[in-house]
Design a protein around this ligand. Sequence first.
Ligand SMILES: *[C@@H]1O[C@H](CO)[C@@H](O)[C@H](O)[C@H]1NC(C)=O
Ligand SMILES: *[C@@H]1O[C@H](CO)[C@@H](O)[C@H](O)[C@H]1NC(C)=O
Ligand SMILES: *[C@@H]1O[C@H](CO)[C@@H](O)[C@H](O)[C@H]1NC(C)=O
Ligand SMILES: *[C@@H]1O[C@H](CO)[C@@H](O)[C@H](O)[C@H]1NC(C)=O
Ligand SMILES: *[C@@H]1O[C@H](CO)[C@@H](O)[C@H](O)[C@H]1NC(C)=O
Ligand SMILES: *[C@@H]1O[C@H](CO)[C@@H](O)[C@H](O)[C@H]1NC(C)=O
Ligand SMILES: *[C@@H]1O[C@H](CO)[C@@H](O)[C@H](O)[C@H]1NC(C)=O
Length: 914
Amino acid sequence: MALQPSFSRLLLLKLFRFGFICSLIQLSDSDPGSFSKECPRNKSTLHNFTSQFTMVQHQLRGVLTVLDDCSFKVSSFDMLPGSDVKWWGAIGLDFDNLTNGFVVSDQKLNQTLYKNDSFVVHLMDNVTWDLMETISVWDVPTASNFGYVILRSNVTDGEEHMLPPPMAENTTLNSSYNASLGLRKPTMFENCKVLSDKYRVRWTLREEDDVIDIGLEAEIGIQEYMAFGWANPNASEQFMLGSDVVITGFKESGMPFAEDYFITKYSECIKNSDGSVSGVCPDRLYGGSDSSSSANNSRLVYGHRKDGISFIRFRRWLTAVDNKFDTPVDANESMSVIWATGLIKPPDSIRPFYLPQFHGNTYGHLTLNVSERIDECLGPLDAEDKEDQDLVIADKKEALIISAGPALHYPNPPNPSKVLYINKKEAPVLRVERGVPVKFSIQAGHDVALYVTSDTLGGNATLRNTSETIYFGGPEAEGVPASPTELEWVPDRNTPDLVYYHSLYTPKMGWKVQVVDGGLPDMYNNSVLLDDQQVTFFWTLSKDTISIAARGEKKSGYLAIGFGREMLNSYAYVGWFDESGKGRVSTYWIDGRDASSIHPTHENLTYVRCKSENGIITLEFTRPLNPSCKRDEKPECNNIIDPTTPLKIIWAMGAKWSEDHLSESNMHSVTSSRPIRVMLIHGSSEAEEDLRPVLAVHGFMMFLSWGLLLPGGILSARYLKHVKGDKWFQLHVYLQYSGLAIIFLGFLFAVAELQGFLFSSLHVKFGYLAILLGVTQPVNAYFRPKKSASGEEMSSKRLLWEYTHIIVGRCSIIVGVAALITGMKHLGEKYDSKDVHGLTYALISWIVFGIFTVIYLEYRERKRRREIVFAKSSWVLGDGEDEDIDLLSPSRMASQMASHSSERMEVQLEPVSR
Ligand SMILES: *[C@@H]1O[C@H](CO)[C@@H](O)[C@H](O)[C@H]1NC(C)=O
Ligand SMILES: *[C@@H]1O[C@H](CO)[C@@H](O)[C@H](O)[C@H]1NC(C)=O
Ligand SMILES: *[C@@H]1O[C@H](CO)[C@@H](O)[C@H](O)[C@H]1NC(C)=O
Ligand SMILES: *[C@@H]1O[C@H](CO)[C@@H](O)[C@H](O)[C@H]1NC(C)=O
Ligand SMILES: *[C@@H]1O[C@H](CO)[C@@H](O)[C@H](O)[C@H]1NC(C)=O
Ligand SMILES: *[C@@H]1O[C@H](CO)[C@@H](O)[C@H](O)[C@H]1NC(C)=O
Ligand SMILES: *[C@@H]1O[C@H](CO)[C@@H](O)[C@H](O)[C@H]1NC(C)=O
């Protein structure tokens, strides 16, 4: 026992030491950037190799220098951030070789934004320079090449936009300049000056060649121009007049241009009546047909549009200019330069040149000495809108033509040489609306199968060991122009906001699909307006789940819908917004009328959304019809939706909801005044109304007949025979006929309401039976045998008829009253309203009152008869004034009926007076 503590202490100590050693090992092991680490290899031919990066995307600029066999240095590094950016080695710059590349360093480029940064990168232990021909900056999730360096000069440069330096043929540049171009990348310059937040000029001066290379870089739209030039040296104000500017931009084809302009007037270029031109006109127009002296003296070198930034490099002579429309630049003097950006109008037949439009506020001037070293530009331009791709909006009517074509400006290089086109636009952004069908006419060839996927790259993610969700398409979605395949895709409410269209066989052929919310009516199969027309309820049923949306039709801070007859004992779904403005949907069980009886529940909701547009709240969720937990476990386990029975829905809106600390202030300000019963299967609804007029009329008529007229008729036959004459008989007949007439009308009302004959409910069965019995009465009254003459023995036929008539009459009343009661019960089930209970009590009171009346009348009748017996001291059968009492007693209760029917019967009815 004494050993135990010391032993455990020892163990602890050992463990501690072991752990310490482990962490030491880990520390030294996991630090690839440690400079103390020796580089074991030292025989590479690449030592001191230096190259600038070729920009591909993300405004990447910088210089790479190989330090030794296992490290390189990066300096003046600019880059917009990516998602998971690594150093990447490959043996070629083509799509296949690049995508089959490998990570070469543990160091990541995860910094948010690189601004003129310098650092050393160490290669991984198993990576040598021999393994790769190029090194690039690679975003792994999107397989994007941001920029690269070719390590050996014999690897061809894959840059498509690089144009050969288009100098005039008879000029011979200093050969060293051209030679150095191989290592100089068109996006790299020696100097950079900020013209405005969104506009920079970069330049490299080669005074010995009389040449200056100018790069214009601006965050502008693709349809805008960038202008830069030298002002008239003699001007002290109005610098634009007489200035020599170069207008650059992109043609509709996406190709860059740079052209010399001369400004004679602050206006668009106008042709005067004498044939001369004035305004902002290209140099070549001023000279007319004699173009040698006034040609375009600037030469486009390179241009691209990336990340929402236009970049164009051109070259001009410093002094070897025409002097007429070009300003000679003295490299060693400060001179006024002017700049502007603005919209540009493409050439048309009247004015076959690019026509810069008014620049608005985006212009300026400054003094510049091009031989001074200036680098004011820190970090890349960062455009707000980096998406330059064409947008195709899916239209309901026309099918989208899916074809394949050459990749010219694919947005996410590297890419295969062939990419997808939609409606002849190269890899556009496709915008679709949830719930609105999109038709595709697929004719991209048999080697391309269209599909819409969650995967950024496409080309069957399974083959790359990643998972993807496929929303549409597959191997069958292929076709050729001669026989296109037409398919339809309906993005539904569960389609994410961003998916991708791609080919199933080759990655990176397609681009993004923006999925925007269609109208809720498009996304859901059914909708009803809830009570007071202030909330619309949408739903789509599937096998085990139901997708639900609710939209408040007026501004509010939260929207709640509940399943139940009233707030008390309901399951509520509340759409609201937390402090950060994020839409939430919370579920509750409410078992009381104050804030403390709102109990949060944990329902299994998916695809939850809650958003507010101009204060109109929309909440959406999908839930299982039957919560998969044991009943009684938690209140929400009882929240079962049975699509075959009506769902009672209520709603509430208010100013503010919160996760916890619900108080009275969270209580609703407006709510539904009554629940709506929604038939989920039929897509219909009905308000839980007070009573529907037609049914109310039906009920009233039936009550009038079965509760008043028909029993009254029977009572008159039973108790009024002692009144002289056949008044009782007339009353009997009138009452019964009008009762039957009203029954017939009431029956028609019920049929109209139910739209057909239904035998399902007890009420309807009783009703039919009662009507059948009721209708037989006048029929059998018509066939009744003649009454025997007064005082004679009644014929047996007549006796039988009288029994039949009386029994059938009483039975019909019993059945009719049963129909009244079941009708009330039915109404109660259907409307569940307090009015029905009141009506039922009233009916029962009426019946009880009727029974007591009958008992009283019966008592009086017997008394009267006893007096007659006393008076006559004998029974007189067949006497017109003496009637059998028992048979005609009204039959509200079976017991009463039974007790009466057991008595002896003597029947005598007066003939019908015709
Ligand atoms: C690389 O440059 C350094 C200094 O500039 C020089 O000492 C070294 O010899 C060079 N190495 C090679 C292989 O040229
Ligand atoms: C990959 O690069 C190597 C060497 O540059 C080249 O021979 C090969 O053709 C490239 N592969 C493809 C598919 O172009
Ligand atoms: C970049 O990642 C490394 C390791 O992955 C981490 O040490 C470093 O802090 C990260 N830098 C930034 C700016 O996130
Ligand atoms: C180098 O080793 C890492 C694992 O340490 C591996 O992931 C990587 O693929 C290897 N690279 C090469 C080029 O073999
Ligand atoms: C490129 O040059 C290296 C030597 O610098 C040579 O070994 C290699 O074969 C060349 N590759 C090609 C494709 O010419
Ligand atoms: C180019 O050649 C033209 C005639 O062919 C000549 O007039 C012009 O001066 C030359 N330009 C240069 C820079 O030598
Ligand atoms: C992707 O490739 C795997 C393996 O070849 C195949 O099983 C799967 O069906 C493919 N996916 C599609 C959508 O064709």
